[in-house]
Design a protein around this ligand. Structure first.
Ligand SMILES: [Ca+2]
Length: 298
């Protein structure tokens, strides 16, 4: 998560949003084992043309409310639970699970990850918060009321984003793959362990894998994913793995005044299903926003 800017990612996403060509082969991100899956290497189905209306839809956004966000929070996971934001943060020595009051940004409960662990994504399963770690291979189960550690799971590869979808967990690792796991055991589902997330290029008549999937949220039947080091959130149909649309937050990062715009990027999506409110923020951002989205003209 501290990798240099991945030019392949931005090329890919700019291409999608502009309806231009796919990125060129060889334009690869760093070579970390699980966390990289450049689009150019994906098994794009070039002989499987799809109707133009499968191209990702482009969405804009409106800010409905602006709330304070802790500029010391390197946001990795965000969810809404029972009237509060629950947030996990990353970086060694700065990795927390915390409960935050929306209106004030006040931290009402917090626990720090032990040792040198680098915190990542967050999901709730029944009375438990499950928090990933980046390269430590540990998913920590916290008691949602007391924030005391209950137990841990081990997994292979990197941990980035996590979200609960019905009776399963959906996990990202920085590649184009979403993993499906059993929240009781954290094992990959036997019948469908992974989904490759792909977007359709109408002009080139082919599907292309979309890498750098990061923080996740489940909103009205779709998985929303921050795309690392971009100002885009992808909307994904989990059944097909297809990107149905992108929400374009261009320009929002520049308003945050962060010290390192390459690292301190848009990350964190939370959804309150009772009110339909959607919240977004970023790493070390001073602001957290309630937003609404609307389709843009192509
Ligand atoms: Ca989330």
């Amino acid at each position: 998560m501290t990798a240099p800017l991945r030019s392949s990612t931005l090329t890919l996403l700019l291409a999608i949003t502009a309806g231009a060509c796919a990125p060129s082969p060889g334009d690869s991100p760093n070579g970390d084992a699980v966390g990289s899956n450049p689009a150019a290497e994906s098994p794009a189905s070039q002989d499987d043309p799809a109707p133009a209306d499968l191209s990702p839809r482009r969405y804009g956004y409106r800010i409905l409310h602006t709330y304070p966000h802790d500029t010391k929070a390197y946001t990795q996971g965000l969810l809404w639970d029972d009237g509060y934001l629950i947030e996990t943060t990353g970086r060694t020595g700065e990795s927390f699970l915390r409960k935050v009051e929306l209106e004030t940004g006040r931290v009402v409960r917090s626990t720090k990850l032990p040792g040198a662990e680098f915190g990542e994504g967050l999901a709730k399963w029944k009375g438990i918060y499950l928090q990933l770690t980046w390269k430590d291979g540990q998913a920590i189960a916290w008691d949602a009321k007391t924030f005391s550690e209950l137990y841990r799971f081990e997994y292979e590869g990197e941990g980035w984003g996590l979200v609960t979808v019905d009776d399963k967990l959906v996990m990202s690792d920085g590649s184009s793959q979403l993993q499906l796991r059993d929240p009781r055991t954290f094992e990959l589902l036997a019948d469908r362990p992974r989904i490759d997330v792909q977007a359709y290029f109408a002009r080139d008549k082919r599907w292309v894998s979309v890498p750098d999937l990061n923080e996740l949220e489940y909103i009205d039947g779709e998985v929303w994913a921050n795309i690392y080091q971009s100002e885009l959130i992808a909307r994904i149909d989990l059944e097909s793995g297809h990107v149905t649309g992108y929400i374009d937050f261009s320009g929002l990062l520049a308003k945050q005044g962060v010290s390192d715009p390459r690292q301190d990027v848009l990350n964190g999506i939370a959804y309150d299903p009772e009110t339909g409110r959607i919240f977004i923020t970023g790493k070390y951002w001073p602001n957290l926003y309630e937003i609404e989205v609307f389709p843009l003209e192509d």
